[in-house]
Design a protein around this ligand. Structure first.
Ligand SMILES: [Zn+2]
Length: 555
């Protein structure tokens, strides 16, 4: 960003007297101080001049983090053809999820406003890929992405249109892909740290619609977060409940065993019904079932399909029914394997209680002890597998996500290269995404204090907030001009409050907006002397104007 000065007297929207309160929520401060604005469309925001500067700086920080590590930046269109998305089956997958925004051209061509760019990145690389010598390829791009959120909320936290800085890597082998995954995690960490996001941690996660493989979330603990994760209260191990290994929480007084039925799709295309016996207070993790069975996909059997597949109505299936069916895989979650006594629902007459795996005159014995596996989502109260600690549910913001993609995209899109032995091979992909707009609000929320916003050096709307007292005096205007020339020439960007207002109101505005440094130009001080307030330490220093660049250098 070029070092320029913005003037509060000429700002749009105008800086209103008394706008914003230190007690406002972070999002309200972003609105009231004129960084972002709502539009008529839910989940779609305008970046106003001050907010756009934050956005540009954070985007530049992300781009540098990837380029410094060897990635090349390209720009891909957001408008992408249905034909492209059909190649990987994601047109249907995203539509089924209700997340794809689609448009139709006047000639009838169907397109989407892309929520992510795996297909276009693969197509771009595939066109020029010839040999193993061309690999690895590591590409970075930062564009608007679109997602048809059912309930956009939290301002910039979850919008329908947002900026995502993503990267796509292509390697000749799994080993290469793992190196690229390390590269992506490293670059994301550098980018997030550069944006002033402190306390970012990585956690195993669910790849969702992007990846069937392992993924790593970069998260910041925050009550404003929209991700719920589990954290061990003893060793601190944290992660998405769907993939975090756990021991079940202690059983309730009268445990109930449910049976949940799924269809497994195996890598060879074979399809098999599976039933998971689990305590009724827990939820089956399809990711854990996939990991335990080696299945590519694990899909819940809809209640209306259950009689046709397993011969029982929903809610009436018992482990004993499934144990007698040779085609159905019966799995026991560890929450049920060691239960001495429990109840089951087998329809109609409510619960049958007082059952055990030992069997009784009603039911034969089932050999379950020792067969329990970790198939449940980790929840508040489940136990850590690494230490004697207990999981607690905490809220976090997902600020970045790194995915191992394998050949999930390159295979169907027919990417190929000649390997070292001269054979045709398919490249291995990985990708990452950093939510730039989400990071803006998260950084603002993370660092704000009881005086207002507080930006890390290098990330705010400007580096120095210059408050000019008695800005109506010609002599002060001259001093301001000299200072602006001097500081912008030394690479600092400024916000100059030259409004003809009382000092108190202008200092209040400087504190609320929270640029890293505020400089107060006062007629009561000699020409070259200035008061500088560090918004982070609260310390006020009287210094020479020539010292400001050293004090306020971004980064
Ligand atoms: Zn632990």
């Amino acid at each position: 960003m070029t070092a320029t000065a913005l003037y509060a007297s000429r700002m749009w929207p105008p800086v209103r007297r008394g706008a914003g309160e230190a007690t406002d929520s972070t999002l309200d401060l972003l609105y009231r101080l004129g960084l972002v604005a709502r539009t008529g469309a839910t989940g779609v925001h305008t970046l106003l001049p001050l907010g756009l500067r934050v956005h540009e700086r954070m985007s530049a920080i992300a781009r540098s983090a990837f380029e410094e590590r060897g990635a090349l930046t390209f720009a891909a269109p957001t408008l992408q053809s249905r034909a492209l998305w059909e190649k990987t089956g994601r047109w249907q997958a995203y539509q089924a999820e209700g997340a794809l925004l689609t448009v139709r051209s006047s000639s009838g061509e169907e397109m989407c406003l892309a929520p992510t760019s795996e297909e276009i990145a693969a197509a771009t690389v595939g066109e020029h890929l010839r040999s193993f010598r061309d690999l690895p390829v590591r590409l970075f791009l930062s564009t608007s992405k679109f997602r048809d959120e059912l309930s956009p909320r939290g301002g910039l936290m979850r919008g329908r249109e947002f900026t995502m800085a993503d990267a796509y890597t292509f390697d000749a082998s799994t080993h290469g892909m793992r190196e690229s995954v390390a590269f992506l995690n490293d670059a994301c960490t550098a980018a997030l740290t550069g944006m002033g996001l402190s306390g970012v941690f990585q956690a195993r996660a669910d790849g969702g619609a992007i990846s069937a493989g392992p993924s790593t979330e970069h998260l910041v603990l925050s009550d404003a977060g929209q991700s719920t994760i589990v954290a061990c209260d003893h060793c601190g191990n944290r992660g998405d409940g769907a993939v975090t290994p756990a021991l079940p929480p202690p059983p309730p007084d009268a445990p109930v065993v449910n049976v949940i039925a799924f269809i497994l799709t195996h890598p060879d295309g074979d399809i098999q019904p599976a039933a998971v016996a689990i305590r009724s207070d827990l939820k089956v993790s399809t990711r854990k079932v996939a990991a335990a069975t080696g299945a590519l996909r694990v899909a819940l059997i809809e209640p209306q399909d259950l009689p046709g597949i397993l011969g029982k109505e929903a809610g009436t299936l018992t482990p004993w029914d499934v144990a007698g069916s040779p085609d159905t895989l019966l799995l026991f979650d560890s929450s049920v394997a060691e239960l001495d006594e429990f109840a089951i629902s087998d329809g109609g007459d409510g619960l049958r209680s007082g059952l055990s795996w030992e069997g009784d005159r009603r039911l034969p014995a089932l050999k379950v002890s020792g067969r329990g596996r970790d198939l449940a989502e980790a929840v508040d109260g489940s136990r850590c597998t690494r230490c004697p600690g207990t999981h607690r549910q905490v809220r976090a913001v997902e600020v970045a996500h790194v995915f191992e993609l394998g050949t999930q995209y390159s295979q169907p899109m027919k990417l190929a290269f000649t390997d070292t032995a001269g054979r045709d091979a398919v490249p291995w992909m990985a990708c990452s995404g950093i939510g730039i707009t989400r990071c803006m609000q998260t950084a603002a929320d993370l660092h704000r204090d009881h005086h207002g916003l507080r930006w890390k050096p290098g990330t705010g709307p400007a580096d120095v907030h210059v408050t000019v007292l008695r800005a109506d005096q010609a002599q002060m205007r001259e001093r301001t001009d000299r200072l602006v020339q001097d500081l912008t020439a030394r690479g600092l960007s400024l916000l100059v409050d030259d409004r003809p207002l009382a000092a108190g109101e202008k200092l209040r505005y400087a504190r609320l907006l929270g640029l890293p440094h505020a400089a107060v130009l006062s007629p009561d001080r000699p020409d070259d002397e200035i008061e500088v307030i560090n918004r982070w330490t609260g310390r006020t220093t009287i210094t020479q104007t020539s010292h400001i660049p050293r004090m306020a250098a971004p980064g």
